[in-house]
Design a binder for this molecule. Structure first.
Ligand code: SF4
Length: 326
């Protein structure tokens, strides 16, 4: 089995919302006790509806969002205890690609300068050395070298995402966190970027954390998948295992919207109601307000993890021996 690159233990992230109609700021419980391991060289997907906490989790991994408590180990070193110098060094190894490539690029900077910036800040390389790296990474992501003198607005959405990926690559990271990397792109371009990510993973032996709500992308790209609901991982396992044999009622509902590989029809599970507000979490199992299998116990107690197979765990009373946690 591959070594772990990242280990997250009992992580909680919360922040205060803007003032609502009541005029009061509310505490948003975005990440609630996440345990997760990411192995070297894998693509681990984190899936769930928008608002489930997956982007906050990704940002907290590179400390763009402060954690309330918990631990995040990168190559054995606790990220949450790193000083300024260690954090700067860590961020060379862990880079992020955002959903909206246009918003993540400085509109006033030529692409060459955008790609040079992380090298200037983080290395002592000469101009020639920097240009060689930029040329290599640009070619790798399919950018024409001639285009580097242009500005972001002169590119299409797909090309801008290639630029954002090239910028993440220039420091030779070990880990890339890709937050909905294709959801802002046209369908025709999505497949190209998905294939590019797969190629980069193999060529540079990269590890990816892929944040997405798109289960079709996960089926194609990810080695393992964590299903997130209201800041908790409710099911986790190998992608093939989760797609063939999902256990959690929420996972089943998510997967029912994805066409089967053999094209055979599947019954769509429509969940009642909306995702509850993370400022007012339900008692017991957080999914109980929408779960078609809800039992009395689910409204009062929170289910622990049950191991279904090696590398496949679920948090649901349907699979727990009731006397183990109560
Ligand atoms: Fe549904 Fe209960 Fe399982 Fe939660 S614990 S997913 S409410 S059956």
């Amino acid at each position: 089995m591959r070594e772990n690159l990242l280990e997250i233990k009992n992580l909680y992230v919360e922040y205060k919302s803007d003032k609502g109609i009541t005029g009061e700021k509310q505490v948003i419980h975005a990440v609630n006790g996440v345990d997760l391991t990411v192995r070297k060289g894998e693509i681990l997907a984190i899936a769930g509806e928008s608002g489930c906490g997956k982007s906050t989790l990704a940002k907290s991994i590179i400390r763009l969002e402060p954690a309330k408590c918990g631990q995040i180990f990168f190559n054995g070193k606790n990220v949450l205890e790193m000083n300024k110098f260690e954090l700067k060094n860590y961020r060379k190894h862990a880079q992020m690609v955002f959903q909206n490539p246009y918003a993540s690029l400085n509109p006033k900077m030529r692409i060459i300068d955008t790609l040079k910036e992380p090298l200037k800040i983080n290395t002592n390389l000469s101009e020639i050395e920097m240009l060689n790296i930029i040329k290599e990474k640009s070619e790798k992501v399919g950018l024409d070298i001639e285009c580097l003198k242009l500005y972001p607005h002169e590119f299409s959405g797909g090309q801008r995402q290639r630029i954002a990926i090239a910028r993440a690559l220039v420091l030779n990271p070990d880990l890339i966190l890709a937050d909905e990397p294709v959801s802002a792109l046209d369908v025709s371009i999505q497949a190209q970027i998905i294939n590019l990510l797969r190629e980069l993973k193999n060529d540079y032996k990269l590890t990816f954390i892929l944040i997405t709500h798109d289960m079709s992308v996960i089926r194609y790209l990810a080695d393992r998948v964590a299903i997130m609901y209201l800041g908790e991982i409710v099911e986790f396992g190998k992608t093939s295992q989760i797609f063939i044999n999902p256990k959690h009622p929420y996972t089943k509902a998510l997967l029912s919207a994805v066409p089967k590989i053999d094209g055979s029809p599947q019954e769509r599970i429509i969940l009642e109601g909306d995702l509850p507000s993370p400022s007012n979490l339900p008692s017991g199992c957080k999914f109980h307000t929408r779960c078609p299998n809800c039992m009395d116990i689910c409204t009062k107690c929170s289910p622990g993890e049950t191991q279904i197979f090696e590398d496949h765990v679920v948090k649901c009373f349907l699979y727990m021996r009731l006397n183990t946690r109560l």
